[in-house]
Design a protein around this ligand. Structure first.
Ligand code: HEC
Length: 203
């Protein structure tokens, strides 16, 4: 049996030669090149290393990290404070004259222990009060924040007690402290009065 598989193919010998590249290829190339420079211009950040590395060194990154657990909780407290408390007591803790008493420099906030202010956050506060020697009789009462978790309240109270920019330098508060007080006052659902809170020791 003879091999006839190539029999029907025409004779074809490859030959070396040159053909001009079609002009359209250059046109397409130039257009794409132009478009890519536009793209890089708007997206490459000017090829500035700072765009990709906003931190000059590892030490800079380390310096802005929370220093430890306490710092982290203070920062959480700052965020929760901004969300829940600052509408009334203001971001700088100064409150609003006649309406919302200040937390900055408040003897309630910076008391030896947090027993009373944890109660204030859990149940709210109503009626006349004295804050750092000043009489207040706000037109509205402060309502309860009991739907916040023990941890959230601990972070907020840690924040307002320790906010040195407000001149406050009181001790931090744990979620366990909040939980213990919550358990004591769980049946109460009205705001406190100053007279009632004075029955509770500060710490
Ligand atoms: C809707 C406004 C409002 C919001 C929000 C609010 N408070 Fe108050 N707060 C008040 C008012 C009003 C008083 C005074 C109540 C009174 O004596 O009748 C007060 C009193 C206080 C006091 C005791 C007085 C003082 O100046 O130290 C503390 C502490 C306090 N608030 C903390 C907080 C914290 C923490 C939050 C956020 C979880 C918060 N408040 C959210 C209105 C508010």
């Amino acid at each position: 049996m003879t091999d006839s598989s190539n029999q029907d193919l025409p004779e074809f010998e490859p030959t070396a030669s040159r053909a001009p590249v079609p002009a359209v290829f250059f046109v397409v190339f130039v257009v794409l090149f132009y478009l890519s420079t536009l793209y890089l211009d708007s997206n490459a950040g000017g090829f500035d290393a700072n765009v990709y590395e906003p931190f000059a060194s590892y030490d800079v990154v380390k310096a802005i990290q929370p220093k430890g657990n306490l710092d982290l909780r203070f920062e959480k407290g700052r965020m929760a404070y901004a969300a829940y408390c600052s509408p009334c007591h203001q971001n700088n803790g100064a409150g609003r004259p006649g309406q919302f008493p200040p937390l900055a420099g408040s003897d309630w906030v910076t008391a030896e222990g947090p027993n009373r202010i944890i109660r204030v956050v859990l149940n709210g506060l109503m009626g006349p009060i004295v804050v750092s020697g000043q009489d207040w009789n706000p037109p509205a009462q402060m309502l309860s924040w009991r739907e916040l978790s023990d941890e959230e309240i601990a972070c907020i109270v840690t924040y307002i007690r320790g906010q040195s920019e407000w001149g406050n330098h009181a001790s931090a508060v744990t979620a366990e402290q909040v939980a213990a007080i919550r358990a004591e006052v769980v049946t109460r659902n009205t705001p406190w009065t100053q007279a009632e809170l004075f029955e509770t020791p500060e710490q």
